[in-house]
Design a protein around this ligand. Structure first.
Ligand code: ZN
Length: 240
């Protein structure tokens, strides 16, 4: 049985559809979403409906949380503020309620999912090195946990010490724990513009990060047509 684990979609429908199509081709029969369905790009409602209709386990991301608050956005930079105001205006009451009901951490079969970190899941801090990963490992009670938030795929392994693998695939070994960032579907930030997600094979214990080209021109055009900041279209092509 294979799981597709995907997140940080950020309202990029073209990237999401490409990932779901590929996941079916990879014979994934189960799907898991690690949050940040909305924010930045131009199809928040369509992406939310797609994920909701899949009926799969989903955890809440910081953008999902921010999008349903009525709080002032004055603390954000002008670009982020404009994008979030626009996103808030797109969502209907039932969309907001569905996002509000999402949990921060969930266990699915034999693994855990969280958007940011297990040590402070609602604090939205970033795991960017092995010391951050170490803190999260202290709260990881399954061998495997998938996360996102940094938009950069990465595999951390905890044996006697914690290390970050160079590879984008791993076979789980007994006695070790794995904290795996599946990268971002809709706004990668590792210098590679292609959509990212992970495939986990429950029988062989293999995890692979996959990268996929998608129709970026359409996604960019929608951003500009919606009146969202031009920079958001520009950065998609840069992968940052
Ligand atoms: Zn995100």
């Amino acid at each position: 049985m294979r799981y597709a684990i995907f997140g940080d979609i950020h309202a990029n429908l073209e990237a999401l559809e490409t990932v779901l199509y590929d996941a079916a081709e990879q014979e994934c029969t189960n799907f898991v979403c690690i949050g940040d369905i909305v924010g930045y790009n131009a199809n928040p409602v369509e992406c939310l409906n797609t994920v909701r209709d899949m009926g799969c386990p989903v955890v809440k991301g910081n953008h999902d949380e921010e999008a349903i608050l009525d709080t002032s956005l004055d603390g954000l930079n002008p670009l982020a503020k404009r994008a979030m105001e626009w996103t808030r205006a797109q969502l209907g009451e039932s969309d907001r309620q569905w996002l509000a009901d999402l949990k921060l951490v969930r266990q699915v079969r034999d693994f855990t999912i969280v958007h940011a970190t297990l040590d402070t899941p609602g604090g939205w801090t970033y795991v960017t090195n092995k010391f951050d990963a170490m803190a999260s490992f202290s709260y990881q009670f399954t061998q495997l946990c998938f996360y996102g938030h940094t938009h950069t795929p990465k595999i951390y392994v905890k044996g006697e010490s914690v290390e970050a693998l160079e590879e984008t695939e791993a076979t789980l070994e007994l006695g070790k724990k794995y904290f795996i960032n599946v990268g971002s579907v809709g706004q990668p930030r590792d210098g590679d513009w292609r959509a990212s997600y992970a495939v986990y094979d429950v029988e062989t214990k293999e995890v692979r990060i996959r990268r996929l080209e998608y129709d970026i021109q359409t996604a960019q055009k929608k951003i500009l047509d919606a009146g969202l900041p031009e920079m958001l279209a520009h950065r998609l092509a840069l992968g940052k």
